[in-house]
Design a protein around this ligand. Structure first.
Ligand SMILES: Cc1cc2nc3c(=O)[nH]c(=O)nc-3n(C[C@H](O)[C@H](O)[C@H](O)COP(=O)(O)OP(=O)(O)OC[C@H]3O[C@@H](n4cnc5c(N)ncnc54)[C@H](O)[C@@H]3O)c2cc1C
Length: 458
């Protein structure tokens, strides 16, 4: 039995910085990884997909060359082997960086293998038992495979296997019209594939407001992406030249025929093979580890951070979990999960930056609120760039003047949203933004203009 001050299971977005904190504080820590250092974001999530989004954007702009005053002699042809090589290089750099960082930490033991609990303070990896007073679970999640008819009869791709694709699928059918499906859809359309997105719901990205869903659909359809909504009963069948995705939609033909299928229908936590029962750690009905406001599980001395606790599904939420836990443990702070403001981006082009509540949530809450909306076609920076799709929408509380939520779908939306997010954290009134001088020409300089149009919810 080896003893440590702390054991960390998984090297996602929370585990490595936490290991560094223990190490810096002169405490012994063991960190265990069963697959690739850096987890989802680094190897099969944010970093590789955003690298590929950048390749797709470059191809898209090249095709629009004439609009900008240059010509590309031949038609734009994407070399998928080179796109993948670029992606592998960027992703590999981060993966290697994390491994080297951990191996270089003074008081840190890095173990490769699958970890399981043996008791509330004992973890076994490669038949070796490790013991610690504090154990941190950062095991992340994986792509869900829903039990739809025919699923076991056809080959299908997910976000992980997509990373190995070095050819252009002729026609990619994507099951799932949410964040991951839309990013892959637009990216592969720009690489040159035919794309059909099949979504069970009545609209894409169903958690967003209807006007956002609608505008995103328009953006994707304008690029020739086929969208099939209301696909209530999806089933899959093998065909000589690919796969038929049967969609029981209200409109359109009953089958979407593709050469390849990508499943993007949600994620599940990697908690089923941890022997959590031996430690007595409680999960909810979907397998997410239940945590309190400080990320502690029901078992004293065991914390759960990142996607596996179901309290966030992003790199920044996992990293923020680390910050909360580390601040509370090392600085005796009282940081709480419930102080976090919801924020994320959808990386289609143009991107959607989101913070706080949606308009629908605000309406449902019944509070007295004001709303303003402004099209990107009336933002001069967007116009100069020739990228005028989308709009900005901001909602504020009528009494406190604090920002309740915003959606910026447009060029730079993923960056501009932070102006609003930071003012929300400061609990300052929106009028602060109106009094600040902003830089011209930017998208952000229009925020005061948008705010000047605030009116009571209709
Ligand atoms: C296609 C895609 C695109 C995305 N894009 C974005 C984006 O743009 N922005 C964003 O914020 N988020 C994005 N995400 C989400 C983001 O990747 C995750 O939220 C983030 O990686 C979660 O990290 P984590 O710390 O929970 O764990 P993970 O990164 O999932 O890491 C968990 C690690 O634990 C290891 N592990 C699991 N079980 C064990 C075990 N028993 N023993 C040892 N090791 C174990 C795993 O091998 C893995 O390395 C994307 C996700 C996907 C799938």
């Amino acid at each position: 039995m080896k003893n440590f001050d702390a054991i960390i299971i998984g090297t996602g977005q929370a585990g490595p910085p936490l290991a560094a904190r223990f190490s810096d504080a002169g405490r012994t820590v063991a960190i265990i990884e069963r697959h690739k250092f850096g987890g989802t974001c680094v190897n099969t999530g944010c970093i590789p997909t955003k690298t590929m989004v950048a390749s797709a954007y470059a191809a898209h702009v090249a095709r629009r060359g004439a609009e900008y005053g240059f010509c590309v002699n031949d038609t734009v042809r994407v070399d998928m082997k080179r796109v993948k090589a670029r992606k592998d290089a960027v992703s590999g750099r981060s993966n290697k960086g994390i491994e080297e960082w951990l191996l270089g930490l003074k008081n840190c033991t890095v173990l490769r293998g699958h970890a399981r609990f043996q008791s509330p303070n004992t973890v076994v990896v490669n038949d070796e038992a490790l013991q610690a007073e504090k154990i941190f679970i950062n095991v992340g999640g994986r792509a869900a495979v829903p039990e739809m008819p025919g699923i076991h009869d056809v080959p299908f791709l997910n976000n992980s296997s997509m990373m190995e694709v070095d050819f252009l699928p002729k026609h990619l059918v994507i099951v799932g019209g949410s964040y991951i499906g839309l990013e892959f859809g637009q990216m592969y359309r720009r690489f040159g594939s035919e794309i059909t997105i099949v979504e069970m719901g009545t609209r894409l990205i169903g958690r967003e407001d209807e006007d956002v869903s609608h505008a995103v659909r328009e953006i994707l359809e304008a690029e020739g992406i086929q969208i099939r909504l209301n696909a209530k009963c999806i089933s899959l069948a093998k065909r000589d030249d690919g796969v038929a995705v049967h969609v029981d939609c209200e409109e359109g033909p009953p089958d979407a025929l593709g050469t390849h299928v990508l499943l993007a229908v949600g994620r599940i936590p990697n908690t089923n093979d941890l022997d959590l029962d031996k430690a007595g750690v409680a999960t909810d009905h979907r397998g997410y580890i239940m945590v309190d406001d400080q990320l502690q599980t029901n078992v004293p001395g065991i914390w759960a951070l990142g996607d596996c606790n179901g309290r966030g599904a992003f790199t920044h939420t996992s990293y923020n979990d680390y910050e909360i836990v580390a601040d509370n443990l090392f600085n005796a702070n009282h940081r709480r999960l419930s102080d976090r403001i919801q924020a994320y981006a959808l990386y289609i082009d143009p991107p959607l930056g989101r913070c706080g509540m949606t308009e629908a949530e605000i309406r449902k809450s019944g509070r007295h609120a004001l709303i303003a909306k402004h099209p990107m076609s009336r933002v001069s920076r967007a116009y100069e760039k020739g990228e005028t799709q989308g709009f900005m929408k901001i909602c504020v509380d009528a009494e406190t003047k604090q920002i309740l939520g915003a959606a910026i779908l447009g060029v730079g939306g993923d960056e501009v949203i932070h102006v609003l997010l930071d003012v929300m954290y400061a609990k300052a009134p929106y009028t602060v933004i109106q009094r600040a001088m902003h830089i011209h020409p930017t998208v952000a300089e229009y925020l005061p203009t948008v705010l000047s149009k605030l009116e009571t919810f209709a």
